[in-house]
Ligand binder design. Structure first.
Ligand code: GLU
Length: 255
């Protein structure tokens, strides 16, 4: 199976912006094992800005663009250093690709991106993709990594996109303030009702929220790719998700 796994900042880092060491170690271990079992693993990782915030000792996610871009430049190094070190422990090689919305909109550059991804996979390395936040501007940004995950999954014709977040999946209402909210296990079609269910932004350090996840689900399911939203708190869920078990919310790809 070719699986794209998107990991959000809330899964990778504590609220301080510093690395959630146990979580990331566990994630890399499980992803390495999934790869050893014969799957192709592609990672879309957030966390550059969040980790830059932590490393630079800033107290919160900055609002001004230069500081955000500087934080991303610092945090991206920290991220890749961490992945390189942890995946190396299991004999896996990582490859970093940073893209902007401009690269995706440009036919030749997008094709180059796809060619590079394919070659990295043939060479049996693990592509780790993020938006190139340090050079992106409003006009050319993709803006959130849920969408980037969907772009990557369709570009490489993945079988599955997994979005790991700090929420179990899609609920009928916001579970934080409605105790009648129920988790939807399967979504066959993204109806206007589903779109109306989704609330606003996610955690303080991350970017997305449910809206961007539904947008991502629309992109991939159109291309026949399943997408699962699950809580990344326990990385072991990845085994069950890849095995097709009932975890989180699965959006079924159109056949
Ligand atoms: N590219 C951003 C980062 O690495 C994350 C965007 C997102 O979380 O959606 O911090």
């Amino acid at each position: 199976m070719r699986v794209v796994i998107k990991i959000g900042t809330s899964t990778l880092a504590h609220k301080t912006g510093l690395l959630n060491i146990l979580r990331v170690e566990e994630l890399c271990k499980v992803m390495s094992d999934l790869k050893n079992a014969g799957n192709e693993v592609i990672l879309v990782s957030s966390g550059a800005i969040g980790m830059g915030v932590g490393k630079l000792g800033l107290f919160e996610k900055p609002n001004d663009i230069p500081t955000k871009q500087a934080a991303a430049a610092v945090g991206q190094c920290e991220l890749m250093y961490t992945y390189d070190r942890l995946f190396s422990e299991y004999n896996h090689t990582v490859a970093q690709i940073l893209v902007t919305g401009d690269d995706i909109d440009h036919v030749d550059r997008k094709q180059n991106f796809i060619n590079t991804m394919r070659r990295i996979l043939e060479l049996s390395a693990i592509p780790i993709i993020n938006e190139n936040d340090s050079v992106s501007t409003n006009e050319i940004e993709i803006g959130d990594n849920d969408t980037l995950g969907a772009i990557v999954a369709t570009a490489v014709s993945a079988d599955l996109l997994i979005i790991l977040s700090d929420i179990e999946g899609l609920y009928t209402a916001d579970p934080k303030n409605n105790d009648k909210a129920e988790l939807l296990h399967t979504v066959e079609q993204i109806t206007p009702e589903i779109e109306n269910m989704v609330g606003g932004a996610g955690s303080k350090l991350g970017t997305g929220g449910m809206i961007t996840k539904i947008k991502a689900a629309k992109i991939v399911t159109e291309k026949g790719i399943d997408m699962v939203i699950a809580n990344g708190e326990n990385p072991m869920v990845l085994y069950d998700i890849v095995a097709g078990k009932n975890i989180g919310t699965r959006f079924l790809g159109k056949v």
